[in-house]
Write a protein that binds this ligand. Structure first.
Ligand code: ADP
Ligand code: ZN
Length: 718
């Protein structure tokens, strides 16, 4: 069964393997069960109904809340050669009737529908006349009033099980709160459905919080890293979005503002320009996001920290849906709390106001963390992250450096004591930094000896130090809306002692304009990548679809890494299915071969799943190795040869193998391996034979890399 599913996966979607849980979900759907799927954004939910739709004999109905998204989804499916259509209010009655007819004739495999139609009896009758194999309710949280995105029309969907008692139904959402979950199960009548919950850790996202000081220059610096790539910047107010967008344009960035106060047409065109890669930066209020599904957003910035962690998680979720490394940066200053409080104070219901305050304090805690941010975030949503170091947040990625914190700690502790254990962290920081705000003046705390006693740490750094003092129990922080700091016994003793105290050095937040998150990323050729991107854009424009419908960034990066030279190798690129191979294969291949020929680059062999590198590189033109051969004759080291051609050393080793296999005679004795390692490998090859590397690799307990083994084999065979 899995074999067949994999074949369908490659043929229609171009992928070689399933993402976590996809295969299990698909099997459960195909077994005719109802299913409930909770997966984060970018987890690959769509495939869980799109692939079964192709295996089932009849039609699959997909209910989805947003008209704009339907079109993108249908475009993407059609580009893969799948008969998909949608019916919603953007079509004329004649178009709708024609679609009805095609559906009845079994000419449509996947039909997207807007929920409001279900209220009409006529429409229900029409649906009942179709050979329905599967029903998918996407964004299923829209059915719940408890969710953030309730759509009254979704309530109609409780009809589904009555209309189609024997048709499997799959509900999918990225919203995971228990209350919403229970509501969905109840409304859709899914009591017996297996529930698939995947991890909500988005491994490819890199989270960081930086101090909001000199904010605009920091933003500009950050954006330099993402020239021409899609970026969303979330702001607090409409006015702020317009100002920032304007200032970015003055700095030659291609940015536009987006908020609910703009004319519908302007909003639409901005969204459209963004999706079609005609502008790369959207500066938005949180009104932006639901309507777009752009898979290649590489950076999400919160210029003001959001008001809840739920909102934060949802907004950063728009980054990196395609699974490629992406960055999420929050600009944080405690002063922005006032902006949120202004609105919270206007909430009339006392309970709701209290809730809003609690949520605000959760996000403040998050911004202040000196421990892993992903752990905290996931814990908030009820998931435990086991790993010690998440590898994807600023805290975990900063090398820990300790410093002598005796003096600064004593200053902090004594400020807490002088202020009589009655104030919170930010107040204490303000006193220490000598801020003459109203509260401090009223309390006459500008007259304390600790007032303005610190000038060598920033607000952000002091917050980090205080957090450590709390964690180490020198200070106690009370619970509740306005946590208060008090001195503990340990803290009081430390103040009067001669002890020293070492703490982790606070993270300074300089933005490294060159450093981008990289996690197992291919070292693709950026020049070719840019060429392929503009080719993709051109083709997309002609077909009037978003560029990512032609090929995703992940596919283009693979092309710009492997340099496929023929259809066979092109078809191995992730995202290249049968239809895309036929439609776009030749034109992309031409661009790739032109580039590789001009730059004397060789195709790179693919590692197969067995971890055994593939040695066959079909139809290589020997000329591609000319440069390598030339350099070998000059006795250049492998590293240098690789560097000269901007290739990986393992590629060069492949070249050497091919060159030798082709009968060339070159003196390679200079490529010596360390004597004892070489001898060990030689013995291993004698033991296991030299046909395959894997047995030798395993024989040597993985102590020798495939590259080293391959090089040794070349030398042994000489
Ligand atoms: P979700 O609806 O859960 O947010 P999508 O279904 O939009 O996620 O999928 C996110 C991205 O991941 C899409 O670009 C999709 O093409 C890609 N994707 C889905 N499944 C796979 C897979 N098995 N291999 C590679 N990419 C995949
Ligand atoms: Zn972390």
């Amino acid at each position: 069964m899995t074999e067949q599913l994999l074949t369908t996966l490659k043929k229609y979607f171009g992928y070689d393997e399933f993402r976590p849980m996809q295969a299990d979900i698909i099997k459960s759907v195909l077994a005719g069960k109802d299913n409930f799927v909770l997966m984060p954004t970018g987890g690959g939910k769509s495939l869980c109904y799109q692939l079964p739709a192709l295996e089932f004999p009849g039609i699959t109905l997909v209910i989805s809340p947003l008209i704009a998204l339907m079109k993108d989804q249908v475009d993407a499916l059609q580009a893969n050669g799948i008969k998909a259509e949608f019916i919603n209010s953007s079509l004329t009655p004649a178009q709708i009737n024609a679609a009805y007819a095609r559906a009845k004739n079994n000419e449509i495999k996947i039909l997207y529908l807007a929920p409001e139609r279900f209220a009409q009896k006529e429409f229900q009758n029409f649906l009942k006349s179709l050979p329905v194999s599967l029903i998918a309710v996407d964004e299923a949280h829209c059915i719940s009033e408890w969710g953030h995105d309730f759509r009254p029309d979704y309530r109609n969907l409780n009809l589904l099980k009555k209309l189609f008692p024997f048709v499997p139904l799959i509900a999918l959402t990225a919203t995971a709160t228990a209350k919403v979950r229970a509501d969905i199960i109840n409304q859709l009548n899914l009591k017996k459905a297996p529930i698939f919950i995947s991890s909500f850790n988005r491994e490819n996202l890199n989270l960081s919080v930086i101090e909001k000081k000199q904010a605009f220059p920091k933003l500009v610096n950050l954006l330099q890293k993402y020239k021409n790539e899609s970026v969303i910047i979330y702001c607090f107010s409409r006015k702020e979005t317009e100002e920032i967008a304007e200032n970015l344009r003055l700095n030659k960035f291609n940015a536009r503002a987006y908020h609910a106060g703009l004319e519908t047409n302007e909003r639409k065109s901005t969204q459209d320009f963004f999706i079609k890669d005609k502008i790369n930066i959207i500066v938005a209020t949180i009104a932006f996001g639901m309507g777009i599904d752009k898979p290649d957003v590489r950076l999400v910035v919160h210029y003001t920290f959001p008001k809840t962690l739920e909102g934060y998680y949802q907004e950063i979720g728009r980054a990196g849906r395609d699974g490629l490394p992406s960055e999420c940066v929050t600009f944080y200053t405690y002063a922005d709390t006032r902006k949120h409080e202004f609105f919270i104070n206007q909430i009339e219901d006392n309970n709701l106001q209290k809730r809003a305050r609690e949520k605000l304090s959760e996000i403040l805690n998050f911004c202040d963390l000196s421990t892993c941010r992903k752990k905290y975030l996931l814990k908030y949503f009820g998931e435990t992250l086991e790993k010690e170091n998440c590898g994807g947040c600023d805290v975990c990625l900063t090398e820990k450096e300790v410093f002598d914190a005796t003096v600064v700690s004593k200053k902090i502790l004594s400020a807490v004591a002088r202020a009589e254990n009655r104030f919170g962290k930010n107040y204490i920081i303000d006193v220490l930094l000598g801020k003459k705000n109203q509260k401090i003046l009223i309390n006459k705390h500008d007259q304390l000896s600790v007032f303005k006693i610190i000038n060598d740490f920033s607000e952000n750094e002091l917050a980090q130090i205080i957090n450590q003092l709390i964690n180490l129990n020198y200070l106690h922080k009370s619970d509740g809306q306005y946590p208060i700091l008090t001195l503990t016994k340990k803290g009081a003793e430390f103040m009067g002692s001669e002890e020293t105290l070492s703490l982790n050095k606070p993270r300074a937040d300089v933005i490294d304009a060159k450093k981008r998150p990289q996690r197992g990323e291919l070292e693709f050729n950026p020049e070719l990548f840019a060429i392929l991107r503009s080719l993709r854009k051109e083709l997309a424009e002609k077909a009037n679809v978003p560029p990512f419908v032609i090929f995703g960034d992940a596919s283009l990066r693979e092309m710009a890494y492997y340099f496929p030279q023929d259809k066979n190798n092109f078809s191995k690129i992730s995202g290249v299915g049968a239809k895309k191979l036929e439609r776009f294969g030749a034109i992309f291949l031409r661009a790739i071969t032109e580039f590789t020929a001009k730059n004397n680059l060789a195709p790179v062999a693919r590692r197969e799943k067995s971890a055994e590198p593939v040695l066959t590189m079909s139809t290589q033109k020997p000329t591609f190795y000319l440069k390598t051969k030339e350099l070998l004759i000059k006795k250049t080291s492998i590293e240098r040869i690789a560097k000269r051609q901007d290739l990986a050393p393992s590629t060069i080793i492949n070249h050497i193998e091919k060159i030798i296999d082709a009968g060339e005679i070159i003196n390679l004795a200079y490529l010596k391996l360390p004597r004892n390692r070489y001898e060990t490998m030689k013995t291993a090859f004698a033991e296991c034979g030299d046909e395959k590397l894997k047995p030798v690799f395993e024989y040597l307990n993985g102590q020798y890399s495939y590259d080293e083994l391959k090089l040794a084999r070349i030398l042994i065979r000489l």
